[in-house]
Design a protein around this ligand. Structure first.
Ligand code: ATP
Length: 649
């Protein structure tokens, strides 16, 4: 680590599959939780949509009924005779038989009723769609907002376990998948279910035995669709996992595009992506095949029911027990029932897909930040800004012991430097001050207050952090300097930029302070990015400065400018600095030499040289290197082992 204290998320994609093997949620549990947390606030929208769906579903049986009446009255009966129209369930008292002079007179009423039914159905469908869309889009937004909030408030250690690409995939793919499952569920369980029940009721009214014959294959269909549902869930889970891997690969290839090109790895990266794309394709096709089988299966089984209907109804027609109108009404009701039957029967699959997505989303939402305010935490009171590490040990989540019984003292207004080979634990020490991590043992104190006992916001307000590879947002220079201090004036921003030796180069840019710096600040040079970051810290004006000193990767001119800016920034502040070059810390008030997570030596530059230990050895090594060099002073040479880290590799 070390090349970037904070911004080292996106580590390697392969190690992070554990997040995807999240605990499987039952479809019902997932639906209940989504309903309680994300649908309940939109209950009035849902109720309106459900009411509209009830109308759509309820008018469904009216069409076969009108067809039945038309055939019986106009095609079979003598059109000149007096007639009565049988209204289903008339004995319920809800409707009365309607009498007409001749069957021709009834024609306009039937046609009008058909038109009215279609208009009512269309309007109700529109209302349902609009309210459902409002609910579901708001559900996506709420889920994404909660996920984002979770990410930024979560512990650094937890966030870093998972590749950023996977998080993005959860944000975009899983959330949409869950939303689609919930919307379909509501439509299936209202519109389609009511229509199915209405059509079945009408069919029973016409002939209950025929209805039993037609629907006796229903249980078989349900059994087969349940099997398909399980297969779809498996394929959906794998598909979402592989899509997340693909997302990580894309993000990594783009971030590391220079390395990819420099090492000629374009084909290798394409092959890697291709392998994942093929896996996504394979799982998608499995899900598509399983889903595609659902319709033909339902159709094939319905065919059996239909055959039984034709046989039995034909027989009934032959004996005069059934009119042609009733046969047509029954047949068309059966055909109309096919679509809602398919939707309702497929509901299990839909819920399984939603549960697969929910099983990946909820673990993120449920992650509890361990680094949070303790009950009764008071704001940090900074008097002098003195930092003290008392017997501090620390191990990372994976068990790596990074620090062992470390004691460090950074007195008020002094500069204390950390020196040591790569992997010694310097960045870890820096990370413990603003509580990016909590010490496993021992205490970190600021002005005598344990950092765990104070509020996080006051703790982080008290320190400014400048990392080796400062992160700039794809925004204006002004916004980047004012990051964290939003209501600041232009004068204050310029003053900070001047102190950071950045004002001149900013003015030389075409858009000055309004220049948008591009992704990660790529439109600026390394030294310019550093100076913007220093200006940001300058504007924050915190009493404590945490510095992962980063001048070694800059050219001499930039290094000098950045060094000057840093000196201005350090004035009057308590500074803990990781040194990658001895030249920058020779005048530090105290130097701690860290090795293997322990403090090996401490003292001033001259004391440590006189001691003849690791520091002196490092210094001598630099002398030896200097003998072979032309212009460097010994202290300019990066410390042995830190060169790579300093280069950001
Ligand atoms: P450098 O000078 O190269 O930046 P450093 O002295 O800053 O190194 P640290 O980054 O503090 O060293 O790392 C100390 C030890 O902790 C190393 O062994 C490293 O591999 C390990 N380590 C660092 N970050 C993590 C992490 N997130 N998870 C697990 N181990 C880590």
């Amino acid at each position: 680590m070390g090349n970037d204290v904070v911004e080292n998320a996106g580590q390697n994609a392969g190690k992070t599959a554990s997040r995807d093997e999240a605990k499987e949620l039952s479809a019902f549990a997932a639906a209940r939780r989504v309903a309680a947390q994300y649908l309940y606030p939109y209950r009035w929208h849902i109720l309106t949509a459900v009411a509209a769906n009830i109308v759509v579903g309820a008018v469904g049986p009216a069409l076969p009924f009108l067809l039945q009446q038309t055939i019986d009255l106009l095609f079979v009966a003598d059109p000149s005779t007096d007639l009565k129209i049988d209204v289903p369930f008339a004995d319920s008292g809800l409707t009365e038989d309607m009498s007409f002079g001749s069957s021709m007179d009834v024609l306009p009423y039937i046609a009008g009723a058909a038109a009215l039914i279609m208009v009512v159905r269309a309007f109700a469908t529109y209302i349902s769609n609009i309210f459902m869309a409002t609910m579901s889009q708001n559900m996506i937004a709420a889920l994404q907002r909660n996920l984002f909030q979770k990410l930024v408030w979560s512990d650094l250690g937890w966030v870093q376990q998972t590749h950023s690409g996977r998080f993005i995939s959860i944000f975009l793919n899983d959330v949409t998948r869950l939303e689609s499952a919930m919307s379909q569920t509501i439509v299936n369980m209202t519109r389609h279910l009511i229509m199915l029940v209405g059509l079945l009721a009408y069919m029973i009214y016409l002939d209950w035995l025929l209805t039993i014959l037609a629907t006796c294959v229903g249980p078989l269909i349900v059994v087969f669709l349940r099997r398909i549902g399980k297969r779809t869930r498996k394929a959906t889970t794998k598909n979402l996992n592989e899509t997340a891997t693909l997302s990580s690969l894309i993000s990594e290839a783009l971030k590391g595009i220079r390395v990819v090109k420099a090492y000629g790895q374009e084909s290798h990266e394409t092959d890697r992506a291709q392998a994942t794309i093929l896996k996504v394709l394979e799982h998608r096709m499995k899900a598509v095949r399983a889903r595609a089988a659902a319709s033909p299966l339902t159709e094939a089984f319905s065919g059996l029911g239909f055959a039984a209907v034709i046989y039995y109804a034909g027989y009934q027609g032959g004996t005069g027990a059934m009119t042609s109108g009733e046969f047509m009404g029954f047949g068309s009701a059966l055909l109309l029932a096919y679509q809602p039957l398919k939707a309702v029967a497929n509901q299990g699959t839909v819920m399984q897909e939603g549960a697969a997505a929910a099983s990946r989303i909820f673990p993120v939402l449920d992650e509890k930040a361990e680094i949070a305010d303790m009950p009764g935490a008071a704001p940090l009171k900074v008097s002098s800004g003195e930092i003290r590490f008392e017997n501090v040990s620390f191990h990372y989540r994976d068990g790596t012991e990074a620090l062992h019984a470390v004691d460090i003292d950074v007195p008020h207004g002094k500069t204390v430097a950390l020196v040591g080979p790569s992997g010694a634990g310097k960045s870890t020490i820096l990370n413990l001050v603003p509580r990016f991590y909590d010490a496993s043992h021992g205490r970190v104190l600021i002005d005598g207050q344990h950092v765990r006992d104070v509020t996080l916001s006051s703790l982080r307000d008290a320190s400014a952090l400048v990392t080796q590879e400062p992160f700039l947002f794809d925004d204006t220079i002004r916004a980047n300097i004012a990051y964290g201090v939003p209501d600041t004036s232009q004068e204050a921003i310029e003053a900070a930029a001047r102190a950071a030796a950045a004002h001149e180069f900013i003015l030389a840019l075409k858009d000055g302070y309004d220049t948008v710096v591009g992704e990660g600040g790529l439109k600026l040079s390394g030294g310019q990015r550093q100076r913007i970051a220093i200006a940001r810290a300058m504007l924050k004006n915190a009493p404590i400065l945490l510095l992962d000193e980063a001048t070694s990767s800059l050219d001499t001119a930039s290094e000098q400018q950045v060094q000057e800016a840093l000196s201005t920034l350090m004035k009057g502040r308590t500074t803990l600095v990781i040194a990658h070059r001895l030249s920058t810390i020779m005048h530090a008030d105290r130097i701690y030499v860290i090795d293997g997570g322990r403090v090996l030596e401490q003292g001033t530059h001259s004391e440590l040289l006189a001691k003849g230990g690791l520091y002196a050895e490092l210094y001598q090594t630099q002398f030896a290197q200097d003998d072979g060099g032309e212009t460097q002073t010994p202290a300019d040479v990066p410390l042995k082992g830190t060169e790579q880290a300093a280069a950001g590799e």
